[in-house]
Design a protein around this ligand. Structure first.
Ligand code: ACM
Ligand code: ZN
Length: 634
């Protein structure tokens, strides 16, 4: 749990964070170059613009290879999508390799093999669109590109500019985690979340299914998990405080039946997304222990947690019943999720109870373990061994490095990147999800202008800037970095609308982190392409955040000269910033910001971003206080 007390720190620090960013005014000399940039996110590997365009008409047909049910399914999806533009486009099996006109052709062939299983070619000419890959997964990604090339809203005439795209992802693990423990979302929204992943060519959905505040997966052998552990008797009101906590006393919860889980897994599979379930152990288990207190060190009783944080009560590692329970649970879990990896958590598991527990201490002695960290390692290795009998491997948060990594484990690096580096050096596979860049529960703009978040300061640009392969790794070690994902912890995210707000548009930036070749990354170009993406969000009714349109002020202080240099920047593009220092609302008639300016007396700045003559972000009010004379020279 995830920086609960960071909020105050954040509010103090965020100015200095913004101050660290390299300032450049987003006044667009690049806009002319970007006019021809393709409106695809993530940016493909190669794009060649060609003259002309492909027009969808009432005569347009989709052709697929004969007897390929998977392609036919994709073609039906495409046809359904085109219906939203009021075109009924039939799906037809191709007879031979004839050059159909007015055609969208989905085809699988041995070439382009150099683009791999996930790569594709997309050839758009005035006569036809060809989406070609070695595997239907690549065709599916070509289709996502086609969707992005279509107008955002239905228009009278629908066309796609002619071009040739050759594309393939940089990383094999491209994903997002959703915590459904702190807050629970209906199955239809989980599918929507999967749609969003698919739209950005991601392939991994990490479903965080068990937490202190709620157990969310039906386990037939243990009915109390859904009768008891899935429900809490209230939820903390407002931001976390150590003392004087207030609760709403409203019963809250829910769970997914095994049938619903199968439905989600199948839905994800159709979109080439692997679902990685997370069953937390040994910590974050208060809900399960409420139902089965005999699995704890103290015997309880417990209450499904109503507040946030890290709790001392965890599964007892000295009790054989704990392992019987978890093995039974996992036996049902592995039947539901066909992927190779099961996430077993492993994070934030205090050793307090284990230190005082005779059973845990006896286990330490019997197994010749050094301490409670080695006991955790024993715990995880035992679970790994069990899952190996089910032909599954484990992945866990980076704490599973402590006390020794289980032999086949993959590591998810969240406390920065050091866990990922250590694991890669030990030749273990790594997924990067550092809380420095990829925690989407963090603020994405000035906290004063944002809905409450847990803390942090992770702007769209900060996400975009993330490089998953740490410079510390050799070329050989770098191969163990399988990719990256962003995590959405949901303590302060009670609604699906807020989930959308927190992930969009940062998920688009993540898409370029994990898909696009690093030499092709260019933040301003991305922000330029986002303009159409925002329209698409609007067309889809996604409750996206417009934080990138709000001016970020920052100061550098010259105490000796008693001057402060004020910088203003904004993360949309193209944009012009106008500001006032007399308390009035900024307008096009106000001062245009170009370079950082000095102030030598207290002043309140009001600034906003303007595009094409219109204010596009909120007005940001920022008061600069001048260092006191007596403090100068300190
Ligand atoms: C985590 O954020 N505790 C993995
Ligand atoms: Zn114990």
């Amino acid at each position: 749990m995830k920086n609960i007390l960071n909020l105050a720190k954040t509010t103090l620090l965020w100015l200095s964070f913004t101050g660290l960013i390299n300032f450049s005014t987003a006044i667009g000399q690049d806009v002319a170059n970007y006019k021809n940039t393709v409106s695809i996110i993530p940016m493909p590997m190669e794009v060649k613009n060609l003259p002309g365009e492909f027009k969808i008409t009432t005569a347009t047909k989709i052709y697929v290879d004969p007897q390929n049910a998977e392609l036919k399914n994709l073609a039906n999806m495409l046809s359904k999508h085109l219906k939203t533009f009021n075109y009924q486009v039939p799906v037809i099996e191709r007879k031979g390799a004839e050059a159909e006109r007015n055609a969208i052709i989905l085809t699988v062939s041995k070439s382009p093999s150099e683009l791999g299983k996930e790569g594709y070619k997309l050839l758009v000419s005035p006569q036809r669109i060809i989406a070609k890959a070695t595997d239907p997964q690549g065709v599916f990604y070509a289709m996502q590109s086609v969707y992005q090339l279509l107008p955002a809203f239905p228009t009278a005439s629908v066309s796609i500019p002619a071009m040739e795209v050759a594309d393939q992802p940089r990383f094999g693990w491209r994903g997002m985690m959703l915590d459904v423990g702190r807050h629970f979302y209906p199955i239809d929204f989980v599918k929507k979340f999967i749609d969003y992943l698919a739209m950005y060519k991601m392939n991994s959905f990490h479903w965080h299914l068990t937490e202190d505040q709620g157990w969310r997966i039906q386990i037939k052998k243990y009915p109390k998990l859904t009768q008891v552990a899935a429900w809490r008797e209230g939820t903390l009101i407002g931001a976390y405080t150590r003392d004087n906590q207030k609760f709403d006393n409203m019963r809250y919860g829910g769970f997914y039946t095994q049938d619903q889980i199968r439905e989600v897994v199948a839905y994800a599979k159709e979109r080439y997304i692997n679902v990685v379930p997370e069953i937390e152990m040994p910590g974050h288990a208060v809900a399960a222990l409420t139902a089965y207190p005999e699995l704890s060190c103290t015997g309880g009783p417990f209450k499904v947690a109503q507040t946030w944080g890290v709790f001392d009560d965890v599964y007892c590692a000295g009790n054989e019943a704990t392992f019987t329970f978890l093995q039974d649970v996992l036996s049902e879990v592995v039947e539901l999720f066909p992927g190779k990896l099961i996430h077993i958590g492993g994070d934030e598991s205090p050793k307090t109870r284990w230190k005082a527990c005779p059973k845990c201490q006896a286990r330490i002695k019997a197994e010749g373990l050094k301490d409670e960290h080695e006991l955790q390692s024993y715990f995880i290795k035992r679970i790994e061994n069990f899952l190996l009998t089910k032909n599954k491997n484990i992945i866990g948060w980076d704490e599973i490095l402590e006390g020794g990594l289980a032999p086949n484990a993959s590591v998810m690096s969240w406390r920065g990147v050091s866990g990922g580096i250590a694991a890669a050096k030990q030749k273990h596979e790594v997924v990067m999800s550092p809380n420095s860049h990829l925690y989407f529960d963090h603020y994405q703009g000035r906290p004063a202008l944002e809905p409450h978040a847990i803390g942090g300061f992770t702007t769209l640009e900060k996400v975009y800037s993330y490089e998953p392969v740490p410079a510390e790794l050799s070329k050989e070690e770098a191969k163990y970095i399988k990719g990256a994902q962003a995590n959405l912890w949901t303590e302060y995210i009670p609604t699906t609308q807020k989930v959308e707000y927190m992930i969009m548009p940062r998920m688009a930036a993540l898409a370029e982190v994990v898909w696009t070749q690093p030499q092709l990354k260019d933040y301003n170009n991305f922000a330029y392409r986002m303009n159409k993406e925002y329209e698409r969000y609007e067309a889809k009714g996604i409750n996206y955040s417009r934080s990138a349109f709000n001016v970020l002020p920052a100061v550098t202080i010259d105490s000796a000269a008693q001057k402060e240099k004020v910088s203003l920047r904004v993360l949309n593009y193209p944009a012009s910033i106008y500001y006032t220092v007399d308390g009035t609302e900024p307008s096009l008639a106000s001062a245009a910001y170009t370079v950082p300016f000095e102030v030598d007396k207290p002043v309140t700045i009001k600034a906003a971003s303007f595009t094409e003559g219109k204010q596009v972000g909120k007005t940001v009010t920022y008061t600069v206080t001048i260092p006191e004379k007596k403090q100068s020279g300190l």
